[in-house]
Design a protein around this ligand. Structure first.
Ligand SMILES: Cc1cc2nc3c(=O)[nH]c(=O)nc-3n(C[C@H](O)[C@H](O)[C@H](O)COP(=O)(O)O)c2cc1C
Length: 378
């Protein structure tokens, strides 16, 4: 990756010390870093440490005439390639979501025209509080990349989500956000593709069903439980350069749910079970006004694999179908033999380990995108 300019805003959280390590990692990778410390941030780390590590002046106050003459606050927010907030405290997230600009950090965040990535860190109750969750949802809706905090033991002794992601993971997310051209957002319940996409330098949004798998570094993950939630999150995630729709979503759901347990009444009669159709997420993304330039679907078949995949390609209106013969390679296995079906024809790959299939598919997607998506300006 070429060297880029990062404006790093450090909030007033106990994890601010990890921002020091982040600056070191970013400098080591050759990026230039300019730090802005909030007033509360200054209680945790000193401008001197950050200036020494970033080899740049550190900014703190809004109304500093000397600073304003050297570099105006609007210019400061615009000359970066990416604005990063780490640690993003509950207070900073709330101010960002509310458009408050009452100090240098929040004014820069409101004035910037550059992508913003926030790495939250706070006590588990603060993170899980509906106000914070609402603010995070608002920010994501506004296009801010908000990383999921890590889960674990906190400085305050409590346990849960709220820890600042490790500096290496923040660096990976920064590099994914800075990566040009391709923005790939795999959607669904098989995160095998998410690490391969992030490794390939894409900004990745993973909309995941209830799967007990770790979130790969650099991947933004939104967890959903129902098909309708998944459809809503996928729609909210658009526009993207490529959508990889790998989730096997149930076609049907129970039409009615009961607030109470439905008890046996001794009559031996089975209560009727009515079903309602779930949204067809792939087909609705294909028809969306924000349809991605590249839409990839999957087909797991037991017979007539290619014929079924060709029919699905036409029916769903996608660009590629990755067809998988699950009679030859069972779902839970380590290898896959896939056929890439498109209007251009059929490309049958050898049997490969699943990770290799994921990597090869990312190469295929990058090639396809090169022909469809203009590269972003530097
Ligand atoms: C010792 C200490 C640790 C704190 N750690 C955090 C934290 O990790 N996350 C957070 O959101 N707030 C934390 N706070 C509260 C924030 O410092 C406070 O909300 C402050 O106004 C945030 O300022 P900022 O918007 O400049 O980040 C902590 C406060 C203290 C006294």
């Amino acid at each position: 990756m070429t060297h880029r300019r990062i404006l790093l805003i450090i909030g007033g959280g106990i994890a601010a010390y990890k921002a020091i390590e982040l600056v070191r990692l970013l400098r080591k990778a050759g990026h230039s870093v300019r730090c802005v410390l909030t007033r509360a941030g200054e209680q945790f780390v000193t401008p001197l440490t950050l200036a020494a590590l970033s080899e740049n002046k550190v900014y703190t106050y809004l109304f500093d005439l000397k600073d304003e003459v050297e570099m105006g606050h609007i210019q400061l927010s615009r000359e970066a390639d990416l604005v990063v907030v780490a640690p993003a405290t509950a207070d900073l997230l709330a101010k960002m979501a509310g458009g408050i600009a009452d100090d240098l950090a929040t004014t820069l965040l409101l004035a910037t025209d550059k992508p913003v990535l926030a790495a939250p860190a706070m006590n588990v109750r603060m993170w899980l509080h509906p106000a914070t969750q609402r603010n995070v949802a608002t920010l994501r809706g506004d296009g801010v990349t908000v990383m999921e905090p890590d889960e674990g033991e906190m400085a305050c002794g409590e346990y849960g989500p709220g820890r600042l992601p490790e500096p290496e993971a923040i660096k990976a997310a920064i590099e994914a956000a800075l990566a040009q051209g391709t923005i790939v957002r795999p959607l669904g319940g098989q995160p095998d593709f998410a690490p391969a996409a992030a490794e390939a330098g894409a900004e990745v949004l993973l909309v995941a069903g209830p799967v007990p798998l770790p979130t790969p570094p650099g991947v933004i993950r939104v967890d959903v439980e129902t098909a309708r939630e998944m459809a809503a999150e996928v729609e909210a995630g658009l526009p993207v350069d490529a959508a990889i729709m790998v989730a096997a979503v149930a076609d049907w759901r129970a039409a009615d749910t009961s607030a109470q347990k439905i008890k046996k009444d001794g009559s031996g009669e089975v209560p009727p079970l009515a079903l309602a159709e779930n949204p067809d997420i792939l087909a609705s993304v294909a028809k969306s006004a924000k349809r991605p330039p590249l839409l990839v679907g999957f087909a797991a078949e037991t017979n007539d694999v290619i014929a079924h995949a060709q029919a699905k390609l036409a029916r769903k209106g996608c660009d590629l179908i990755v067809a998988n013969d699950v009679s030859a390679d069972p779902m839970g296995g380590e290898t896959n033999r896939v056929h890439i079906v498109s209007k251009a024809g059929i490309d049958s790959w050898d049997r490969l380990p699943k990770e290799a299939v994921a990597r090869k598919l990312m190469e295929k997607i990058a090639d396809e995108l090169d022909t469809r998506v203009p590269l972003a300006d530097d």
